[in-house]
Design a protein around this ligand. Structure first.
Ligand code: ADP
Ligand code: MG
Length: 713
């Protein structure tokens, strides 16, 4: 990760000379001073007392008050990392340097950790880097982070930031989380699926680990709900300081909110006094096009305007670029930050005075009736809109420009967002909980239960994949699948590659799929060239094989940057895929699968994919349209696909994107006969031509359904 390396590098390069040491000391002192200006600082003692007194505490405070960066440090400074006598270690010797003399029993004193979860990977990394800086330690040592496919922590780590999903996975290796003395479930109001599941699990371990401290921290108004869930745990409210924010609405709805946002930025820039601007967009694509539009229009205005520094921030942005958003604008210039939802509560950027809120975010939606999952651009909730506006009033009175009407705010926005658990596929979580030995998922302690249909569908899918048996118990295959921090369909694909002796190719494909459509680079002024370059990688059989082709050619150049540049390939995404691949390869040992390469056997490769993704089989119907085999849903091959103008009879897709039409992204061609071979639990006949080809699910699933119905009625 470039940003982390950069920090490590800077720290390595710290000169030993006295004057520079003074410089470092000065900087450190300044940081310590700035810590004292945060709203949470005044409550330090009260907070610590409350934490000593209560096992579970709900902490509510305005975004930016210092919860995420300060709580962990306070706890560390107050000795909450000292191993507890009750929990094993009685060694009071404070000496950290161990001497390992022969015959002398090695004394180790392992400190306990303070863990703090974040819903977003970027937040986990960025906050860890900040705290390491404040504590003047190297990131990855005393202060570390852990996100999927990247563990930047060590034996010395005492403060660990991690995504909620990673803490969930830690239960697999350590069911009582004995290494932690404090767990902070941060950003609880975001109500991500993983956070919601964590609630149930940590509540449970807190019961049999009385010394464990549990802090639930949240930005907004859900504190009472959290308190209720945690057996009426007390709420500690940190009063924020907040300046008034004037809110402006548009008179009529905006047809193109990106364009409207760009125009608003420029209007603010030319008419308003200095102060930075924060614009909320829904994702990387929108941010990049707004970025381009702003650069072009400011270039045209030339020196007639003050300097405008445009900075994007989204989850896949490399961390050296992420750090830039925190740097103050030079005197006389204005910063405009184009951000996803991440800037709503997870990251606080000082100096924002203007907020532009188009009123949308990207959300996962799940149709439990047909099991289709898609990312869609959805209107935000009122709670989100208010959070966003609040970002303008942290340092001075601010202004928030909502690119929607006051009427729409009043009548069209929901009060609160729907928790993710109620709008997502639960396959992954069900598999994980089953691996933890939690069998009764119907009566699990949910803050808000998932819809019955979704839970049932998760069981059904896992059964079809072979991860659960007909009694809905975890199978050996299921246990092996749970080793991978991946969607069950991807894990199954990897495990199936053992049969077809192509694990090396499948690992590459899975890694490339996991970097999310950011492989090919398509600049606006060179679209044709970029498309030609992309088409040169097309491989017969489908897009998965095209991705494999890209990766292998890149590998043959010894992972060259230049090669990527020449071929319109995003080097950073490739690097990430490589990193993911390394991590997955390391996990292959755990499931005892040999790495075998069989690049010529594209049938074996495609059969492996089929074994994981048979649910996504579609059959050609007419006029370039496909119908899903399971629900006869009409879908189309995405125009970027290498199979776009080939129209094979059967294809399997990786994901659906919903724009004006329902498109399949990343498709491969398969043979009808493979389905029965690779998914015997699911397809009963050799041919898919009759509608009765899908097997009936076993009786026990019917029973579960009845039980679910009883529970939910
Ligand atoms: P909260 O969790 O209550 O929203 P934080 O602890 O995240 O608050 O933020 C406290 C302060 O630390 C903010 O003023 C923010 O600007 C600063 N801060 C946090 N992360 C960084 C960073 N990576 N670089 C610079 N400043 C940061
Ligand atoms: Mg925070």
């Amino acid at each position: 990760i470039p940003g982390v390396n950069q920090i490590l590098q800077q720290q390595k390069e710290k000169p030993k000379l006295h004057e520079h040491e003074d410089e470092n000391k000065r900087k450190h002192r300044e940081l310590q001073e700035s810590r004292k200006t945060l709203p949470i600082y005044r409550f330090r003692e009260d907070l610590i007392n409350a934490i000593r007194e209560h096992q579970v505490l709900i902490i509510e405070g305005e975004t930016g008050s210092g919860k995420t960066t300060q709580l962990t440090q306070y706890l560390y400074e107050e000795g909450f990392c000292e191993a507890d006598i009750e929990e094993g270690d009685e060694d009071e010797d404070d000496d950290d340097n161990e001497i390992n003399l022969p015959g002398v029993k090695k004394k180790t004193k392992k400190k306990m950790m303070i863990g703090c979860t974040q819903p977003r990977r970027v937040a986990a990394m960025s906050v860890a880097a900040r705290v390491a800086e404040e504590m003047n330690v190297k990131l990855g040592r005393e202060v570390g982070y852990s996100i999927r496919f990247e563990d930047c922590s060590s034996d010395r780590t005492v403060i660990k930031y991690m995504t909620d999903g990673m803490l969930l996975r830690e239960f697999l290796g350590e069911p009582d989380l004995a290494s932690y003395s404090v767990l902070i479930v941060d950003e609880a109001h975001e109500r991500t699926l993983h956070t919601d599941i964590l609630f149930g699990l940590v509540k449970d371990i807190a019961r049999f680990r009385p010394k464990l401290k549990l802090l639930i921290s949240s930005a907004t108004l859900d504190a009472d709900k959290f308190s209720q869930f945690f057996d009426d745990a007390p709420i500690f409210r940190i009063p924020g300081r907040r300046f008034p924010v004037d809110i402006y609405y548009t008179k009529a709805p905006e047809a193109d909110y990106i364009d409207a946002a760009v125009v608003t930025v420029l209007q603010i820039h030319v008419t308003q006094p200095l102060g930075d601007i924060l614009v909320f967009l829904t994702g990387q694509e929108e941010i990049e096009s707004a970025n381009e539009m702003l650069l072009e229009r400011t270039r045209r205005l030339g020196s007639k305007i003050k300097e405008l520094i445009v900075l994007p921030i989204y989850s896949t942005l490399p961390s050296d670029m992420q750090i830039k958003i925190f740097e103050p604008a030079p005197p006389g210039a204005r910063k405009v930050i184009l951000a996803t939802n991440i800037a709503e509560t997870s990251l606080t950027i000082d100096g924002i005075v203007f907020v532009i809120d188009p009123g949308f975010c990207k959300q996962k939606t799940y149709n439990a009736r047909n099991g289709m999952e898609a990312l869609t651009i959805t209107p935000i909730s009122k709670a989100s809109a208010n959070q966003r506006a609040g970002r303008a009033g942290r340092v001075a009175p601010g202004k928030c420009f909502r690119l929607y009407t006051a009427w729409a705010y009043q009548h069209e926005l929901d009060e609160n967002a729907i928790p993710e658990i109620q709008r997502t596929n639960l396959g992954n979580v069900v598999l994980l909980l089953k691996s933890l030995g939690i069998n009764d998922l119907v009566n699990f302690d949910y803050m808000d239960p998932p819809p019955m249909e979704t839970l049932r569908l998760a069981f059904e899918q896992l059964y079809a994949l072979g991860a659960l048996n007909h009694k809905v118990e975890l199978t050996k295959l299921g246990r092996r699948m749970a080793e991978f921090p991946l969607d069950p369909m991807l894990s199954k694909t990897i495990l199936a590659s053992e049969t077809y002796k192509c694990s090396s190719e499948i690992l590459t494909i899975v890694s490339m799929l996991s970097v999310n459509n950011s492989i090919f680079f398509r600049p606006k002024d060179k679209m044709l060239l970029a498309d030609t370059a992309r088409q040169a990688f097309f491989a017969p059989g489908g897009d998965h094989l095209t991705l494999l082709n890209v990766y292998n050619q890149w590998k043959d150049t010894n992972y060259s940057t230049q090669w990527c540049f020449e071929n319109f390939i995003q080097f950073r995404s490739m690097n990430r895929a490589r990193q993911v691949r390394d991590q997955l390869e390391a996990l292959m040992e755990r499931v005892e699968i040999e790495i075998q390469s069989n690049p010529a056997d594209t049938v074996g490769i495609r059969k492996s994919i089929c074994a994981g993704f048979f649910y996504h089989t579609t059959k050609f119907s007419k006029n370039g349209m496909y119908k899903t085999v399971r629900h006869q849903q009409t879908v189309l091959i995405h125009p970027n696909s290498c199979l776009f103008d080939q129209i094979p009879r059967y294809v399997i897709y990786f994901e659906l994107v919903l724009t004006t039409k329902e498109y399949m992204r990343q498709v491969i061609e398969i043979e009808n006969e493979w389905l029965r071979e690779t998914a015997p639990h699911f397809y009963k006949t050799k041919k898919l031509d009759d509608d009765e080809s899908v097997k009936k699910m076993p009786k026990v699933l019917g029973k579960i359904k009845a039980e679910l119905e009883r529970n939910y009625s």
